[in-house]
Design a protein around this ligand. Structure first.
Ligand SMILES: [Zn+2]
Ligand SMILES: [Zn+2]
Length: 97
């Protein structure tokens, strides 16, 4: 597992749908949001920005208002974007497929 991910690799692997970490197909994507390019698996929560080391994200959701599906590196301190409630760590999204 390489420490850094280059933009060349990102472009080359852009269409791949199989997660190189957990092997799940269809929940692994390459994304760009205008500021950065990154890859993220929505099953195991591994994320990597181009040029940066891997990060482990956790899926959190809000039980109070029912919003869900935010991946974060800080699940303990994350507040709900909708009602400002405390976020709860969710099960893996694949359980719902
Ligand atoms: Zn994965
Ligand atoms: Zn909420």
């Amino acid at each position: 597992m390489e420490a850094k991910y280059t933009l060349d690799e990102w472009i080359k692997n852009k269409r791949k749908r199989k997660c190189p970490w957990c092997g799940v197909v269809g929940l692994y994507w390459h994304w760009e949001d205008g500021k950065r390019n990154y890859r993220l698996c929505k099953w195991c929560g591994i994320m990597q920005n181009v040029g940066e080391p891997l990060q482990q994200l956790t899926l959190v959701g809000c039980k109070k208002c029912g919003s869900s599906g935010i991946w974060t590196t800080t699940p303990e301190t994350k507040r709900c974007w909708r009602c400002d409630g405390k976020m709860t760590i969710m099960k893996n999204p694949k359980d719902d497929l």
